[in-house]
Write a protein that binds this ligand. Structure first.
Ligand SMILES: [Zn+2]
Length: 437
């Protein structure tokens, strides 16, 4: 699809962080022009008047759980391990192919409408194929895969034999390799608490063989760290380092309580961390010292985590909290708005090893582009675009979303799905699922 976004305030997020009034041209799946001068529109282009809009790269959420979207509001006000064992794992294990598909679809609908163009997703243990099919129909750029949980005493109803977990993973990887331009399979051992050492070692071998992303949780809560220490004698990330898991393709969610030594190891290995501030607050896990991490050279991205620990998948809320939460501890200038936006764009691209293709508006990059309407009363008078986007905007202000050059959202409406149908189906599937628990 060819598109011209004309006369918008372009927030490029390029190396110079240029911001100017001008236009962006999309030709097929790539960005073909970004500049101040008005240029002739490419053949057959849809020309959008962006006079009252910000135009910026799509937001990247590097840690989400599409499978949990149906459980929103059903696991409030609990601590991480109770939240998992008493609510989330039983609900995940009650999924059927139809409910998992419905969960993925409503999660993807919400995220697309609020400006997310790419996600790294931790799947659930069963029916992964159905979720990947829903993703492939969504227009969203996706990394993710089946969740692996093979430690019987710490996996509840989601326990699976190591050999079964690995076999299905390898089958799915084989099937989805090169199958869809926007879907990339990622290895998803849930967290060290639920995984045997043998499984984690197999993940490292598979990663090396397939050059795949490993996605996992670590050092989210103190209780989780104590469990790992009791079992392995090591801190969470130290344990991963010991197993050879730390490299630039292993993306770790949370890291709220890293030791200095663990931070150093992650920086040295180029291992990205995904900060999920709403989730860390809601589960009372703590506040990650992101300022310290960024200054140490850690790659940091953002994510909303699962719907039941947030309970929103709006990336603007995560950017706002990312900036605000550092200030009481480190001072008001600790995390300026611009830096929070960087983490949600170029930071996300870097975490996914895609900084040469995503994260900024530059000629030759893939056309993941969003527009934000500036007319809401909370935004209309704000001149500074970073301040407006991070402190005043919300997902409700996103107007258009292009992924890989395709219009996924136009004028606030999803272009590929009937929104009412997706929501009604999710409501039906949620109520049947709750009866199965
Ligand atoms: Zn998570």
């Amino acid at each position: 699809m060819n598109v011209v976004l004309r006369n918008g305030l372009i927030v490029t997020m390029n190396r110079a962080r240029d911001v100017f009034r001008g236009e962006v041209h999309i030709v097929n799946e790539h960005i073909a022009y970004v500049g101040k001068a008005q240029k002739p529109a490419p053949p057959g282009a849809l020309v959008i008047d962006a006079t009252h809009m910000f135009v910026l790269p799509g937001l990247i959420q590097a840690h989400v759980h599409l499978c949990q979207a149906l459980f929103r509001g059903d696991a409030d006000d609990m601590k991480l391990l109770d939240w998992l064992k008493k609510r989330i794992w039983p609900m995940e294990s009650a999924h059927t192919p139809a409910s998992l598909r419905a969960s993925a679809r409503i999660g993807l609908l919400e995220m697309a409408k609020s400006g997310t163009t790419a996600v790294l997703d931790m799947g659930t243990v069963h029916h992964t194929q159905h979720q990947l099919e829903a993703v492939a129909e969504s227009g969203m750029r996706y990394w993710g895969g089946k969740c692996l949980m093979d430690l019987k005493s710490s996996s509840g109803p989601l326990y699976e034999k190591t050999s079964e977990a690995l076999r299905e993973t390898e089958d799915l990887m084989r099937e989805w390799k090169g199958k869809h331009a926007l879907v990339r399979y990622a290895l998803c051992p849930r967290f060290a608490v639920s995984c045997t050492e043998g499984l984690l070692e197999a993940m490292v071998d598979l990663q090396e063989r397939e050059q795949a992303v490993i996605h996992t949780h670590a050092s989210e809560s103190k209780d989780e760290i104590a469990l790992i220490k009791q079992r392995t004698g090591r801190n969470n990330v130290d344990y991963f380092a010991h197993l050879g898991m730390l490299n630039d393709k292993t993306v770790i969610a949370h890291g709220v309580h890293l030791t200095k030594g663990e931070l150093k190891k992650m920086v040295r290995a180029g291992t990205p961390l995904v900060h999920c501030p709403s989730s860390n607050l809601k589960l009372a896990s703590g506040i990650a010292p992101i300022k310290t991490y960024v200054e140490a050279g850690l790659k940091v991205a953002l994510g909303a985590d699962g719907a039941p620990c947030n309970n929103s998948m709006d990336p603007f809320i995560e950017m706002r909290l990312t900036a605000l939460l550092q200030k009481p501890k480190f001072g008001p200038d600790a995390m300026p708005a611009q830096m929070a936006l960087e983490l949600a764009t170029v930071g996300g691209a870097r975490a996914l090893g895609a900084e040469d293709r995503l994260g900024s508006l530059e000629v030759g990059k893939l056309a993941d582009v969003i527009t934000i309407d500036r007319s809401h009363p909370s935004v209309a008078t704000v001149e500074n675009p970073y301040s407006a986007i991070v402190y005043s905007c919300l997902g409700r202000d996103v107007r258009d979303v292009f992924v890989h050059g395709r219009a996924v959202v136009r004028n606030c409406e999803h272009q590929l799905w009937d929104e009412h149908e997706v929501i009604a189906n999710a409501q039906r599937e949620r109520s049947s699922l709750m009866k199965r628990i």
